[in-house]
Design a protein around this ligand. Structure first.
Ligand code: ATP
Length: 361
C-alpha cells in the first residue's frame, strides 16, 4: 500500500486543458472519490495516474517511486472499469485465482485469499458458478474481487456502478463499502454521482473544469464548501445563493432574511454572495423568536418525503427543505430562520471568506 502524489499535472489536447496544474496527495489507506460534473477531467486525471495517458506537464509518484514514464503494467495498480473485465466461460473462483497464479502464489495461500475476498464482497455462494450466469452486478463484483485479491499498491475505480441496473446498484454499493472498510487500501474512485461519493468516500476530491477545487471529508465539503461551485454541486437541490439582499456594515450582516443582524469578521466586508443550504434553515408554522415571515410561492415533495418549498421575503426568493408535516400544513406563509452557523459568505471570485460567519462565536 502507498500514497499517490500528483505534482503540477496537466493534460492538454491541443489548446484544450482537460486537467490543469493539479497537485495533490491521495493518502495511503484512504478512499478518495474524484467527484465532478461530466467533462471536468476526472477520467483524464485517473488515466494519467494509471499510465494510460501521458501528462503534458507534471509528475505522478506512487509511494517514493516516480512512475510518470513507467508503463501501466509496471505500476502496481489495480483498475476496475464501468464494464466488468472478467474471463468469460469459467467460474468465479477461477477468475479470482488466475491473477494469483500469475503472481506465483502457492495454492494454499490462493485458496485462503479467494475465500476471504468472496466472503467480504458476497461471492461465497457462487464461487463455483460460471460467471456467464451472473447478472451485471455479480460480474462487477468478480471484477472488483479479482483486482483487490492481487493486492496492488493502489486501486482505481472508474464509475464501477454506473452500468449496473438500478435494483442491483444499492447492493453493489453496499458490498464496495464493506470491502473498502475492511481492507483500508489506497483507493481512487471516480464518479459523477454525489450520493455514491458521500457514502463511499473518506475524502472527496471535487473537480471542476480540470482542477480540484476542494479535497476534504464528505461532510466538510458539504458543510463548509470552499467555493460557490462546491455549494452548488453538492446537495439536491444545491445551496441557495444571494447576490443581493444583504449588506455588511461594520461588524454586522443585515438582510431581510434575518430577524436581527449577525456579527461577522472583518473579511466579511468583501462578501458578494451569501449562501445557505435549503435543508439547513429552520422552519416553523408559528411565529418564533429570531424567525422572519416568508411567503410560500412553490411546494413539491422531495426524496425521503420532505417538502421543498419556494419561499419569499420581500423580493428575495430561496428554497427551503422542511419536514413533511410543516410543508403540508403551511398554507400561504411560514416562519424561517437562517442559523448563523449554516450561513456562508463568498467573495467576488466565488471563494469562501475564511473569517466569515463560521469563525464568529
Ligand atoms: P465523464 O464523466 O463525462 O467521463 P470526466 O470528468 O471523466 O467526464 P474526461 O473524460 O476526463 O472528463 O474529459 C475531460 C475533457 O477532456 C472533456 O471535455 C473531454 O471531451 C476531453 N477529452 C478527453 N479525452 C480527450 C481526447 N483524447 N482528445 C480530446 N479531448 C479529450
Amino acid at each position: 500500500m502507498a500514497d499517490v502524489r500528483v505534482d503540477g499535472i496537466s493534460k492538454y489536447f491541443g489548446d484544450f486543458g482537460a486537467v490543469k496544474e493539479v497537485s495533490t496527495v491521495f493518502e495511503e489507506g484512504t478512499v478518495t472519490v474524484l467527484l465532478g460534473p461530466s467533462g471536468c477531467g476526472k477520467t483524464t486525471l485517473m488515466r494519467m495516474i494509471v499510465g494510460l495517458e501521458t501528462p503534458t506537464t507534471g509528475s505522478v509518484m506512487i509511494g517514493d517511486t516516480d512512475v510518470t514514464r513507467v508503463p501501466t503494467n509496471k505500476r502496481q495498480i489495480g483498475m476496475v472499469f464501468q464494464y466488468p473485465v472478467i474471463y468469460r466461460g469459467t467460474t468465479v473462483a477461477r477468475n479470482l485465482e488466475l491473477p494469483l497464479v500469475a503472481a506465483k502464489m502457492d495454492s494454499a495461500a490462493r485458496k485462503k485469499r479467494i475465500d476471504e475476498m468472496a466472503e467480504i464482497i458476497g461471492l461465497t455462494d457462487v464461487l463455483e458458478t460460471n460467471v456467464d450466469r451472473l447478472d451485471n452486478a455479480g460480474r462487477q463484483k468478480v471484477a472488483v474481487a479479482r483486482e483487490v485479491a492481487r493486492q496492488p499498491e493502489v486501486l482505481l475505480f472508474d464509475e464501477p456502478i454506473t452500468n449496473v441496473d438500478l435494483t442491483s446498484k444499492l447492493e453493489l454499493k453496499r458490498s464496495l463499502k464493506q470491502l473498502f472498510t475492511e481492507l483500508r487500501q489506497t483507493i481512487i474512485y471516480v464518479t459523477h454521482d454525489q450520493t455514491e461519493a458521500m457514502s463511499l468516500a473518506d475524502k472527496i476530491a471535487l473537480m471542476n473544469t480540470g482542477r480540484i477545487v476542494q479535497l476534504d471529508a464528505p461532510r466538510v465539503v458539504y458543510d463548509r464548501p470552499d467555493d460557490v461551485f462546491a455549494g452548488w454541486f453538492l446537495g439536491s437541490p444545491g445551496m441557495n445563493f444571494l447576490r443581493t439582499g444583504f449588506v455588511v456594515e461594520g461588524s454586522s450582516l443585515h438582510s431581510p432574511l434575518l430577524a436581527s443582524p449577525i456579527p461577522v469578521g472583518a473579511e466579511a466586508q468583501h462578501a458578494t454572495t451569501m449562501g445557505i443550504r435549503p435543508e439547513q434553515l429552520t422552519a416553523s408554522l408559528d411565529e418564533q423568536p429570531d424567525h422572519v415571515r416568508a411567503e410560500i410561492v412553490d411546494k413539491a415533495i422531495t426524496i425521503g418525503g420532505r417538502m421543498l418549498l419556494g419561499v419569499k421575503v420581500q423580493d428575495l426568493e430561496i428554497k427551503a427543505v422542511v419536514e413533511h408535516d410543516i410543508g403540508k400544513n403551511a398554507s400561504s406563509s411560514i416562519w424561517i430562520k437562517l442559523p448563523q452557523e449554516n450561513l456562508h459568505l463568498f467573495d467576488a471570485h466565488d471563494r469562501k471568506i475564511e473569517a466569515g460567519l463560521q469563525s464568529v462565536g
